[in-house]
Structures are given as structure tokens and as C-alpha cells.
Design a protein around this ligand. Structure first.
Ligand code: URA
Length: 294
């Protein structure tokens, strides 16, 4: 390893630990600390028996650690096949790296997500949310998913169960995922904030900013290649823009090197089914980018 590599690695480790600290992680068990310091491999492909279709470790670089700078970007027309190839999009690879959800949960990212989940469960940064929630709703799915679905905030059903997108909107999201020839277990589902806002009001700016560190740490650990933002709140807040969802959808954006497709929120689609056509166009765009034939 060259001196330059060592300096880069040190920077990555410091940034990673900073981001965990901002998310409220005050202690890291020995194994996680060794992963962060590069002492042991931090990607399962480096030590788990690879399957034939396993993507290359290089195709999933860690998210850059600089602050979220929205790059409201290229339309798909500007994304060339060469760029697609470089990003490792492969039609046949749509399932988890792991033989079972249990194996995934026991992988380093799975275990570190669990630690983060425990921190989130005890969070009291937002007085109102902490005192009205039944429980926090952290996220669910494959900790190594290529694709994350990002919603806004838990609703009543999610607050009751602790699982994101299980209500009527969640059932529609499950149908959308299945229409994309995926299963809920193949993706990771999470929200911008982890507590239910009372009466299902929109999250307030201070709530979004209090939870931002948790979200970014989650994404740092999962290292998805693609994020699908559901609705205006998730889209505008992730990308830090005020552009309307109608204008954000239908394009590929970048968030810290991860490709982002925005679409309408399932709850909105339940109220306004005529927009399902556009949402399906967005899913087709996303699947095309992922190399999944529909
Ligand atoms: N709406 C969201 O944005 N997230 C959920 O988890 C449920 C409903």
C-alpha cells in the first residue's frame, strides 16, 4: 500500500467514524472498529464463498463521505452503455448475495446495521416524536441490496409493527417491487425519518436533519447502487432541492455516486391512480438502469 493510499484510507476511516458519531454511535465493538479501519474486509464478497453471478466487489465502491451535494443530473439519454457497463449493471444479478436473510443479517454490514438500529431505538433527539412513537422503524431487507426504496416516515401501521411500508401504501409498494420481478427481501426499504409524525403530518425540517445522520450511516453500510425515492418529501430531502416531484421523476439523479430515481409515493398513487402509469414508467427506467429485463 502506498503512502497516498494510507492517507486516503485514514481519511475514509475518520469520515466513517465521524458519520457514526453524528448518528449517535458512541461505542463500536472491536469487530466493527476493525472493519472501519480496513483491518478486515468490509465487503462480504471478500470472504463469503461467491456465487456464480456475484457482482464484482469493485462495482460497489463505498459511498463518498463528503456532505450530500445534490447533482441533479443527466437524463438517462446521457448515460451511455459504457457508463452502464462500468457500473457493473448486470441483468442476471437481482437477488441477494446471501443464501438466507439470516446469513445476510449475520454479515458485517448486517451486524453493524443492528448496532445502528439499537442506537436509533433509543434516540430522543426529537422530543415530540420520541414521546409519541410506539417504536422506531429502522428499515428492512437485504443489508447488501443493490436497490433501496426510500420513503418519508412511518405511518400508524409501521409505528405499530416496527416495519416500514406495511400499510395500504406498503402493500402497493410490494406489488410494484414484484412487478419489477423482485421480492421485498431482495431490496432494502427505509424512510427519511425513523419515527411516526403524529397524525401522519409531514416530517418537520429539524426532524429530517436530526435523522439525517442515521440515514446516511445506513446508506454507508448498505452501499446500494440505486435508490428509489418515493414521493416529494424523500426526493427533495435526499437531493436537497425544492424542484417538484413531477419534474424530478423520469430522470436519473446522483446522490454521492449512487443513482437515484424519484417517483410518486404509493399513498399518493392510491389516492390518484391515474398517476400509476408515470410511476410504472419510472420503474421501467430504474430496471433498465439496473439491467433487469421486464
Ligand atoms: N409511508 C412512508 O413514507 N413510509 C412508510 O414506512 C409508510 C408509509
Amino acid at each position: 500500500m502506498t503512502t497516498e493510499d494510507r492517507i486516503k484510507l485514514r481519511r475514509v476511516v475518520i469520515d466513517r467514524l465521524d458519520s457514526w458519531q453524528q448518528a449517535g454511535v458512541l461505542q463500536v465493538p472491536k469487530a466493527a472498529a476493525r472493519i472501519a479501519s480496513g483491518d478486515i474486509p468490509n465487503h462480504p464478497s471478500e470472504f463469503i464463498e461467491p456465487r456464480k453471478t456475484q457482482r464484482e466487489a469493485e462495482s460497489r465502491p463505498a459511498l463518498p463521505t463528503e456532505k450530500a451535494e445534490p447533482e441533479i443530473t443527466q437524463s438517462t439519454k446521457e448515460l451511455t452503455p459504457a457508463m452502464a457497463k462500468k457500473s457493473g449493471w448486470q441483468a442476471e444479478k437481482t437477488t441477494s448475495l446471501f443464501e438466507s436473510p439470516k446469513a445476510a443479517a449475520n454479515s458485517p454490514a448486517g451486524m453493524t446495521l443492528e448496532i445502528l438500529q439499537q442506537q436509533v431505538a433509543g434516540c430522543t433527539r426529537c422530543n415530540e416524536l420520541a414521546s409519541t412513537r410506539t417504536q422506531t422503524v429502522f428499515g428492512v431487507g437485504d443489508p447488501h441490496a443493490r436497490l433501496c426504496f426510500l420513503g418519508e416516515a412511518p405511518g400508524a401501521d409501521e409505528d405499530k409493527t416496527g416495519i416500514p411500508f406495511v400499510g395500504r401504501g406498503g402493500q402497493l409498494l410490494t406489488k410494484i417491487i414484484e412487478a419489477c420481478k423482485l421480492k421485498r427481501d431482495d431490496v432494502y426499504i427505509l424512510n427519511m425519518i425513523k419515527c411516526r409524525p403524529p397524525g401522519n403530518r409531514n416530517p418537520l425540517p429539524h426532524e429530517l436533519s436530526n435523522c439525517r445522520g442515521y440515514l446516511e450511516s445506513q446508506l454507508d453500510l448498505i452501499r446500494p447502487e440505486f435508490i428509489c425515492c418515493l414521493g416529494a418529501v424523500a426526493s427533495q430531502n435526499l437531493l436537497q432541492t425544492t424542484i417538484s416531484i413531477g419534474k424530478l421523476r423520469g430522470k436519473v439523479h446522483l446522490f454521492r455516486g449512487v443513482k437515484v430515481v424519484c417517483t410518486y409515493h404509493p399513498a399518493f398513487l392510491l389516492r390518484s391512480p391515474s398517476f400509476k402509469k408515470e410511476a410504472w414508467e419510472d420503474m421501467k427506467l430504474l430496471m433498465r438502469e439496473m439491467g433487469v429485463d421486464l
